[in-house]
Design a protein around this ligand. Sequence first.
Ligand code: CP3
Length: 367
Amino acid sequence: VTDKEPAQLMFAPLKNDLILRAARGEQVERTPVWIMRQAGRTLPKFREMKKEHDFFTICRTPEIASEVTLEPIEYYDGLLDAAIIFSDILVIPQAMGLEVLMNPAPFFPHPIETPDDLERLTKNVDVNKELGYVFEAITLTRHKLEGRVPLFGFSGAPWTLFAYMIEGGGSKLFTKAKTWLYRYPEASHRLLQHITDVTVEYLVGQVKAGAQILQVFDSWAGDLSPEDFRTFSLPYLHQIAARVQENLSIAGVDIVPMVIFAKGAWFALKDLSNMGYSVVGLDWTIPPEFAKEQTGGRVAVQGNMDPTVLFGTPEKVRETATNMVKAFGKDAKWIANLGHGIMPGTDPEMCRVYLQTIRDVSRQIRQ
Ligand code: CP3
């Protein structure tokens, strides 16, 4: 018995499954590559769309979200080995009942301030009702991809979403969110658990809709001390990996590889490689040797050139990317990416130089 969506059975077969094979730790003929935040920020069609539509309108309109998702695949003409669905990590706080605006940075008009405010959150979030638009966008995108490359689904990690919900937006110091951890540890765990429960259902829904690999972004992991990361982030990351895979199995849906990207959490690489994810993302501060040693071959790794290098000359980009490919080496279980999202204002042609270099050099070193 299976409750696979009928749509899932009708997708075209994959023509390029390099990233799925690398994520499972299999040998590949060249290193697969994609770019965090490839679908927004820099490309011309997205920048035009943004003039016409509000950010969350784009997310909520499957036709437009799927076009934005496909833009980098078409723009870089075969140089990318994965697509990532156009959405945002903040759709979860929205589904939980908080208003989130994007003007142009995230802004919560009524953030969570005290434990009493947790009463304002929706208790039993109906994920299909609140986030069904993401599932529709994923299914539509799978059809439009016609098997060219696998499609990533994603979510924010509980700690990162917790921080947004309490700070009311981005932050340099995270004073409010961290104050919660020290002053209201019990209420903090309650909110982190609530976010985790919604996230598990959300990621399972994405796979049922057609996502072929998942990434969890813990963008603010590095703002926590190692001990606080172990207390307030890691257990929830662990739960997400375990429960998503378990729920997929129960539903008779094939399990997909999961990537954990905990930015700044170099101190936790060993723990992260034991959490049930098949890939651990690396930011640009982590030396490849250190990552290989800490993760001990238990997982594949992903990353990690500093996105700012793309503001350098083409020669500098080629040189840095070449050194990175050589440092990870031909036997590494490695997916190439940047060490964080591509930065606003990056010339897409510099990104093309980066992608081409990884393709050429990773092939060469295998000969
Ligand atoms: O490739 C993609 O871009 C796919 C879609 C995607 C977006 N956000 C679209 C977006 C993904 C994967 C995200 C994740 C996300 N969103 C993260 C985790 C990744 C990371 O970079 O650490 C975080 C922390 C957010 C929260 C968020 N959303 C911020 C801080 C901002 C403001 C500025 C910015 O560009 O980061 C957003 C808005 C946002 N989300 C934009 C895009 C394309 C920019 C919208 C605009 O240009 O107005």
